[in-house]
Design a protein around this ligand. Structure first.
Ligand code: ATP
Ligand code: MG
Length: 363
């Protein structure tokens, strides 16, 4: 799929922007703090209904203005789509798809598929399990709306369970009801995570070998909070009840899919603890490029790829890998200009100059 046209109104530092994107590589070049990432953020918002860097939507409204608007036209294999987003400066938002206002976020997810890669993504490998869960959740949700809905229900039940447990005079029967609801949603989440990690291995192993010239074998291993297998429903319920007394003291739930993780091993060794900086970087690159292929396998077409500032951080062979891999994928690359990116681009590309909230196509 491709984003043909993007219109912004009072979004971040853009007063007005109306741009046509090329089908291949689009390079946004400009100095720091000019508005390169802001445009990617607007596109990301249309895919996931939220920003990749803030949870406060009102920050997206241009300072001093009442509301921001993002409009985007997507060309897809089957049916083209228009997305229209209004964000008010009190943080409220309304989202339309093909002129129909959507009622819940789940109806937006998956309309536009996006893979975004920025330097902060190194944290997926290095830091806490929550970032790896977030990676899985974003990737699987954009392929499977049922997963997104299960996740929303799971988190709602989890919050209700936790607040009930904080109440000393609680109804224990209600806790039993919550446990069953957690397990029902949790089992679907676990199955889909297991399946995604299987696809990550199937796609990622070859990519990783290619980037490392055959030197490194990568393995992604699901580390669920409750053992995965035939008896996982019973195991899940038993773990919840076994931990109940302890959980009640703390007012939180110590087992469940909200505690899942996955490990990334290179040549059999956990890259989070033992990997070099370069190995960790390659691991993220592998995950991102594997996820492009997974989306293509399932949706029948590639997503749009957003590369924010990543080329300057990578060595020549990884740069070449990226630029070779994006031939059939609409890509937006931001850079400051020192990377001489034009030297590496072989096919058609469009170059845009970004200065102080304005973006101009340099023909
Ligand atoms: P870098 O190369 O450093 O990553 P960039 O071009 O990607 O820079 P952006 O993050 O896109 O920069 O834009 C940052 C600019 O947008 C900053 O100057 C910031 O002050 C401005 N900005 C952010 N939010 C708003 C807002 N709500 N209203 C007006 N301007 C904003
Ligand atoms: Mg930026």
């Amino acid at each position: 799929m491709r984003i043909n046209r993007l219109t912004l109104h009072n979004f971040r530092n853009y007063k007005e922007l109306d741009m046509d994107l090329g089908n291949g590589v689009n390079v946004f070049q400009g100095e720091n703090a000019q508005g390169k990432t802001n445009v990617l953020e607007a596109m990301y918002f249309c895919a996931f209904g939220r920003s990749h860097r803030t949870s406060k939507d009102k920050e997206l409204v241009r300072w001093g203005e009442d509301n921001a608007r993002i409009k985007l036209h997507i060309e897809r294999e089957r049916l083209d789509k228009d997305i229209d987003i209004f964000i008010l400066n009190d943080g409220k938002k309304s989202i339309g798809v093909n002129k129909i206002k959507i009622k819940k976020m789940g109806d937006l997810i998956g309309v536009l598929n996006i893979v975004m890669f920025s330097p902060e993504d190194l944290k997926i490998v290095k830091e806490s399990p929550s970032l790896r869960r977030k990676f899985l959740d974003m990737e699987i949700s954009q392929l499977d709306r049922k997963y997104y809905n299960a996740l929303v229900s799971y988190n709602k039940v989890l919050n209700e369970r936790n607040s009930l447990m904080k109440n000393r005079k609680m109804d224990r029967n209600m806790l039993d009801v919550y446990d069953h609801q957690l397990v029902d949603n949790g089992l679907y989440i676990m199955k889909q995570r297991m399946n995604y990690i299987r696809m990550l291995n199937a796609r990622g192993k070859d990519i990783h070998l290619e980037i490392t010239s055959g030197r490194e074998n990568v393995d992604f291993v699901y580390v669920p909070s409750v053992p995965f297998g035939e008896s996982m429903k019973d195991d899940f319920l038993t773990s919840l009840s076994r931990n109940r007394e302890k959980d009640m003291e703390k007012g939180n739930t110590s087992v469940g899919t909200h505690r899942d993780d996955f490990s990334i091993n290179i040549n059999g060794v956990d890259v989070r603890s033992y990997g070099s900086q370069g190995q960790q970087r390659t691991a993220v690159l592998t995950m991102k490029f594997a996820s492009l292929g997974i989306i293509r396998d399932i949706k029948g077409e590639y997503p749009v790829l957003l590369l924010d500032d990543v080329l300057s951080e990578l060595d020549l062979s990884r740069k070449k890998f990226i630029l070779k891999s994006i031939e059939n994928i609409q890509t937006v690359i931001t850079c400051t200009g020192v990377e001489n990116i034009e030297d590496y681009l072989t096919g058609d590309y469009r170059l845009f100059n970004v200065t102080d909230g304005s973006l101009k196509w340099k023909e």
